[in-house]
Ligand binder design. Sequence first.
Ligand SMILES: Cc1cc2nc3c(=O)[nH]c(=O)nc-3n(C[C@H](O)[C@H](O)[C@H](O)COP(=O)(O)OP(=O)(O)OC[C@H]3O[C@@H](n4cnc5c(N)ncnc54)[C@H](O)[C@@H]3O)c2cc1C
Length: 341
Amino acid sequence: MPAFPDFSCFSRLNDKDHLMRFLCFFLRKKETYSLQRSREMTDILIIGGGIAGLTAAIYALRAGKTVTVIEKESFGGQITSSPRVDNYPGLPAVSGNALADAMLGQAMDLGAEIEMEEITALRRTEQGAFAVTAGNKTFEGRAVILATGARHRPLGLPGEEALVGHGVSYCALCDGAFHKGERVAVVGGGNSAVQAAVFLADVCESVTVIQEFDHFTCDKRDLEAMTAKANVRPLLSTKVSALRGGDRLQGIELTSQTNGDKTELPVTGLFVSIGRIPDTEVFRDLVACDENGFFQTDDQCATNVPGVWAAGDCRQKAVRQLTTAAADGTIAAINACRYLG
Ligand SMILES: Cc1cc2nc3c(=O)[nH]c(=O)nc-3n(C[C@H](O)[C@H](O)[C@H](O)COP(=O)(O)OP(=O)(O)OC[C@H]3O[C@@H](n4cnc5c(N)ncnc54)[C@H](O)[C@@H]3O)c2cc1C
């Protein structure tokens, strides 16, 4: 008998609707887990239950396909760590959790099969379908959508995780407006960091850009745009060494890389832009990735493997937002449905 499923994804159940959804999920699971499983082939396996994966599920289910969404941690993905989203069209000031719950509920109401598992391998079967494995479990599908997302690279400082959404952010475009008229800092020296600084300069009182090396690694054009902003102060050869504040960020400690001197910088916003880590490692044997580990796709979200699509933050692209994740999920699902006929 398989291990009983982990319901931690539903830990935020706080109203009647969510409770009902949980009970339906529970009853369906209980039935499944109490019978010896003879799993049928699913039309589409979706790996990752973030915004891209859940959107793909909604589109595929509405097209009449059977869908299994497999999520390892928390349905909704990254956005569940954001207390307020202000740029999802039609839903101003929605919390990340509320958005995730609504999407998960919609997918489940349409008949999505939900699994809480971490997929560790993907392979083609002899019949030309696909099999993914999680521990000793195997799930089979005629097509696969990889929607495994990406993690922002954290600074790794004590207290950082607790301050996310309370002053520490990994997305200036998402959270910059919450710091209107405030003094903020950006960590990083590449294109994303410098573009974040340019964006924040128009919103915030001042922006300090902290780069550990003695030069910026961004494009010349981005650097010129940043230099043209009077309220942006670049700080080279400097590292953020500590975060200050209790419930909210109040400042940061800086350490000079040249002489080790420590200084304090009072800021209420810290935008960390030191790279992203795509969750693609376990699929790289089969699916082609770029040099940074993002799935390589065409504009139809097709990978190098016929029958496998990639959607959302895990694929190589320029803009990683909720709307682009949802757009990818849509495109991948429609193409997967066409492939299945
Ligand atoms: C704090 C924060 C605030 C943000 N605010 C905004 C905002 O205001 N507006 C905006 O547009 N964007 C915002 N973003 C960005 C936005 O959240 C992402 O662009 C979007 O959620 C990406 O969705 P996704 O489905 O592609 O990936 P993800 O949300 O990363 O979902 C991928 C899912 O796949 C699962 N997974 C990964 N590997 C496996 C595996 N092997 N097996 C099973 N499951 C797996 C993960 O657990 C995860 O749940 C924010 C991001 C963060 C972190």
